[in-house]
Write a protein that binds this ligand. Sequence first.
Ligand SMILES: C[S@@+](CC[C@H](N)C(=O)[O-])C[C@H]1O[C@@H](n2cnc3c(N)ncnc32)[C@H](O)[C@@H]1O
Length: 255
Amino acid sequence: MNIKTPKLTVVGAGPGDVDLITIKGIKAIESADVILYDALINEELLKYASKNTEIIFVGKRKGCYAFQQEQINELIVAKAKEKGHVVRLKGGDPFIFGRGAEEIDYVKPFGLETFVVPGISSAIAVHAYQGIPLTKRGASESFWVITGTTKAHQLSEDVAIAAKSTATVIILMGMSKLDEIVRVFSSENKQDTPIAIIQDGTTENEKVGFGTISTICKVVEEKELANPSIIVIGDVVKERVELSSLVKNLNENIS
Ligand SMILES: C[S@@+](CC[C@H](N)C(=O)[O-])C[C@H]1O[C@@H](n2cnc3c(N)ncnc32)[C@H](O)[C@@H]1O
């Protein structure tokens, strides 16, 4: 009998556009015996899996988790021992607010080989489809990527530190804390600082709202912006460039 080495590859699937995955990520999907995938994955990526691959959704839909993190960890180990190569397909980059390292930590003592394939994080890609640079000479010399919601469900204290700087601030998982974020920036006299909120970035459902710290809550209400969204704060938002539709152009060139 052919016993396969149990192994886990944690793969970043990119921010949403099916083409924003790496070639290495596609190769991992092609060689998977089992794929466990999250809610923010573009399901079109599953077309790269072989027909014998077992595919399991382990994410959160309509507010409900299909599996708790502990159950996912146990499933990875069980499936790797049963079938061989488990691919854990995660949104964006698995090592940026993705629990990729936690899952690798968990499986290591069970003797699995472990690999990671980096992905294009929403934090460094979603704004680009809206023509917003994260750095620009004269506008911003650095950027911070911060979680809006910590493990204790609080706004990260790093937001207040970042608000004191001239850096571009990118906040993930921050929509439920938008009022608080506005208060933090207002207390630094940044009411006029530009801000963009991009929902479902790089996908066909992409929605966007632009404003300033003092107007953004109203914009969000009017445009009904919700999760998953990234929040981009800083002068770079008004430096955005006009883009033609990249997706359309690429497809026209192919056909
Ligand atoms: C648990 S974090 C995972 C981040 C992921 N590992 C990454 O690198 O993009 C989920 C958050 O990422 C952001 N996000 C992920 N995909 C997005 C997208 N296509 N558009 C806007 N925000 C996105 C949202 O803030 C969402 O709440």
